[in-house]
Design a protein around this ligand. Structure first.
Ligand SMILES: [Zn+2]
Length: 228
């Protein structure tokens, strides 16, 4: 079993890091945890163990987007957790996983075949417990972020990475080039980076890299660099 590094970010938010570079998150709710993203395959047992160590069980699995390093353990989680645990996926990425061709040309990034059909299709403005779903397309067509309405912590998926400093995933960044390589629409991704900055989050938590506190200035610099 792979171990997860556990980092408490706020009383409501725990970051789970696998192999130093892929994050999932536990969001505390009254009934247990919402798990945001699942990392790659083979992580289900470690994710379940991390939740029980944090004092609850996983009640639902909400995904930021359909790439393999985020949805990789959805199938075994669904099997182990049972059907009452819902899987929530952004609508467009779920349609891509279902085999629909919704964009012209080849989609970058890995889109592994999933057995699990999501129980809930998400669009911007939806609520998942305390989280508001924020449409943030570009890295993938359906990409969403999650804003905790209790404390303004933002789980931004792959719109930003935070290795060394914050960077928008629309351009090649030597510290973590994989995010840019997987990005579908660079202009939309930058637009989404701006929209997430405009939420003025208290915390920026991302799929790849450490969480940042009071991230406004770092997000501004990232947007400036990526707009050049
Ligand atoms: Zn991605």
């Amino acid at each position: 079993m792979f171990s997860m590094k556990t980092t408490s970010i706020t009383p409501n938010l725990t970051q789970l890091t696998r192999l130093h570079f892929v994050n999932a998150f536990l969001v505390r709710e009254d009934d247990g945890f919402t798990l945001i993203d699942t990392t790659m395959g083979g992580a289900a047992d470690a994710l379940i163990a991390a939740a029980s160590q944090a004092g609850g069980s996983i009640r639902r699995v909400a995904l930021t987007h359909g790439h393999g390093d985020h949805v990789g353990s959805v199938d075994p989680l669904k099997e182990k957790l049972g059907h009452e645990v819902e899987v929530l996926m952004p609508e467009l990425d779920a349609r891509i996983h279902a085999g629909e061709k919704i964009v012209a040309g080849k989609l970058p990034g890995s889109w592994p075949t999933l057995r699990t059909k999501p129980d809930v299709l998400l669009v911007g403005g939806d609520r998942v417990g305390s989280l508001e779903v924020v449409a943030s397309p570009g890295h993938s067509p359906g990409h969403v972020a999650y804003l905790d309405t209790r404390d303004q912590a933002l789980v931004a998926g792959d719109v930003y990475t935070t290795y060394g400093s914050a960077a928008v995933s629309n351009h090649f960044y030597a510290r973590f080039p994989f995010a840019a390589m997987a990005t579908w629409d660079k202009a939309k991704d930058l637009e989404s980076a701006r929209a997430l900055r405009a939420l003025d989050p208290a915390i920026l938590a991302v799929g790849h890299g450490p969480a940042l506190r009071q991230p406004g200035a770092a997000m501004d610099r990232a947007i400036t660099r990526s707009s050049k």
